[in-house]
Design a protein. Structure first.
Length: 408
C-alpha cells in the first residue's frame, strides 16, 4: 500500500511540476522574438526594448531569494499554487499592456512572481517523495528548465506569425491558472509541518548559510552552467550567421536536435542515486567541456550539430547533480539553499550573452567556445577540490541508495 501511495505521489508531482518547469521558464525566453516587434510598435530603440527581458531577469533573480526562503517557514505546496495563481494574473496584465512602460512594470512583477516556482519546487520534491523517486523527479524538473529555452523561442516565433504577442501571453496566463488549480487539488500536501521560527529569523538563517564554505562553493559553481548554455547558443547563432549564412530558423533546428540530449539526461537520476550529486555534476561538466571543444574545432554543419548535442547532454546531466548537492549541503534549510542556488544560476544566465558579445567581438566565436570550455574545466576543479561531503551526507547517500535498491 505504501509503495502504491509513493508511486501515486510521484506521478502527480512529476507531471505537474514537469509541465510547470517548462511553461514558467518559457517566460525567460519568450520575449526574444518579440523584442523587434515591441521596438517597432512602441517606437523605441532596441536597447530600450531589451529592458523587457533585463528587468524581468533582475526581478526573477531577487524573487528566488524571497520565495525560496519563505518556503522554509510555510508549506511549500501553498507557495506553489498561490504563486501560479498570481503568475496567471501578472501574465494576463502583460498581455494587455498598452505601452512599453507598463509592459516593463508588469514584466518586473511577472518575474518576481515566477520566481516562486524553481527553488520551491526542488525543495518540495524532497519533502513529499520517497527517497528512490527524488533524483528522477529532480532530473525531470531540471530538464524542463532547459527545454523551456527551446520551447519559449519556438512558441514565440509561432505566435509572431500567428495571433501576436498579446495572445501569446494570454494563453500562458490561462495555462498558469489551470496548473494552479491542479497544484491546489492534486499535489500532496506533505508531512513537513511549517517551522515555528519566524520569517525574519528564516531570512537571517539564509544569510548565515554563506558561512558554510562547501555550500558557498556549490553556489558559485552554478554560475557557469546557464552562462555556458545560453552563451553557447548565442555564439552558435553568430557562427551560423557569419560562416554558414544561415538564418534564425537554422538555430531553432539545431536547438530542436539538442532536445533529445536534454531528455537523455534523465538517466542522471539513476547515477545520482548510485554515485551522488557531486560526481554526476562533475561528469556532466566534463562531457559538456568535450562537446564545446568539438564545436570550436568543427567545420562541417553535421559535426557542429552533433557537438552541440553532446554539449547539451552533458550540461543537462550536470544540472540535477548540482541541485541535489545543494539540497544535501543545505540540510533543513533546503528551500533557502536552493533559492540562493537559483539566484546564482540566473546571474550566470544574464552574464552569458554579455561574455559572448565581448569575446566574439575581439577574438571570434571559436575562441569563445574555448573560453567556455576553460570555465567548465575550472568549475570541475573547483567542485572536486573545494566541495567535500560532510560525513553525515555520505552516510545518508549510502543509506538512501541501499533503501532504493531494496524497494526497487
Amino acid at each position: 500500500m505504501a509503495n502504491e501511495v509513493d508511486r501515486s505521489h510521484f506521478v502527480r508531482v512529476v507531471t505537474l511540476l514537469g509541465l510547470c518547469s517548462i511553461l514558467i521558464l518559457m517566460l525567460v525566453y519568450l520575449p526574444i522574438p518579440f523584442i523587434p516587434i515591441w521596438q517597432s510598435e512602441f517606437h523605441v530603440t532596441m536597447n530600450v526594448a531589451d529592458w523587457t527581458s533585463s528587468a524581468y531577469g533582475f526581478a526573477y533573480a531577487i524573487g528566488n531569494i524571497f520565495w525560496g526562503t519563505l518556503s522554509d517557514s510555510v508549506r511549500r505546496v501553498r507557495v506553489l499554487y498561490i504563486g501560479l495563481f498570481m503568475l496567471a494574473v501578472m501574465t494576463g496584465l502583460v498581455a494587455m499592456s498598452p505601452s512599453l512602460a507598463l509592459l516593463i512594470v508588469f514584466r518586473v512583477l511577472e518575474g518576481a512572481v515566477a520566481a516562486s516556482f524553481p527553488a520551491v519546487a526542488i525543495a518540495y520534491i524532497g519533502d513529499v517523495l520517497a527517497p528512490r523517486y527524488r533524483a528522477i523527479a529532480t532530473s525531470v524538473v531540471s530538464c524542463g528548465f532547459l527545454l523551456a529555452s527551446i520551447c519559449g523561442q519556438i512558441y514565440g516565433n509561432l505566435m509572431t506569425t500567428g495571433r501576436g504577442w498579446h495572445a501569446a501571453f494570454l494563453w500562458l496566463a490561462v495555462a498558469y491558472a489551470l496548473l494552479g488549480a491542479g497544484a491546489a487539488f492534486l499535489l500532496p500536501k506533505g508531512t513537513r509541518p511549517p517551522t515555528q521560527v519566524s520569517i525574519g529569523s528564516t531570512y537571517m538563517r539564509t544569510f548565515r548559510l554563506f558561512r558554510q564554505i562547501p555550500l558557498t562553493l556549490a553556489w558559485v559553481a552554478t554560475v557557469p552552467v546557464l552562462l555556458s548554455f545560453i552563451g553557447m547558443y548565442s555564439g552558435l547563432d553568430a557562427l551560423l550567421s557569419a560562416s554558414y549564412r544561415s538564418d534564425t530558423s537554422q538555430l531553432v533546428e539545431i536547438q530542436l536536435l539538442g532536445a533529445p540530449g536534454i531528455l537523455l539526461s534523465l538517466v542522471a537520476g539513476y547515477f545520482i542515486r548510485r554515485y551522488g550529486g557531486k560526481w554526476v555534476f562533475m561528469g556532466g561538466l566534463l562531457i559538456a567541456c568535450f562537446g564545446v571543444v568539438m564545436e570550436a574545432a568543427s567545420h562541417p554543419m553535421g559535426l557542429l550539430t552533433f557537438a552541440s548535442v553532446v554539449f547539451v547532454f552533458g550540461l543537462s546531466s550536470a544540472v540535477p547533480g548540482i541541485i541535489t548537492l545543494v539540497g544535501q549541503l543545505g540540510h533543513e534549510a533546503r528551500g533557502s539553499a536552493t533559492a540562493v542556488y537559483a539566484f546564482f544560476t540566473f546571474i550566470g544566465a544574464s552574464l552569458g550573452p554579455l561574455l559572448e558579445t565581448s569575446v566574439v567581438a575581439s577574438f571570434g566565436v571559436r575562441v569563445f567556445f574555448l573560453v567556455l570550455a576553460g570555465l567548465l574545466l575550472l568549475n570541475v576543479l573547483l567542485t572536486g577540490l573545494g566541495i567535500r561531503y560532510p560525513s553525515s551526507n555520505r552516510v545518508e547517500s549510502v543509506k538512501l541508495h541501499a533503501q532504493a535498491r531494496r524497494e526497487a
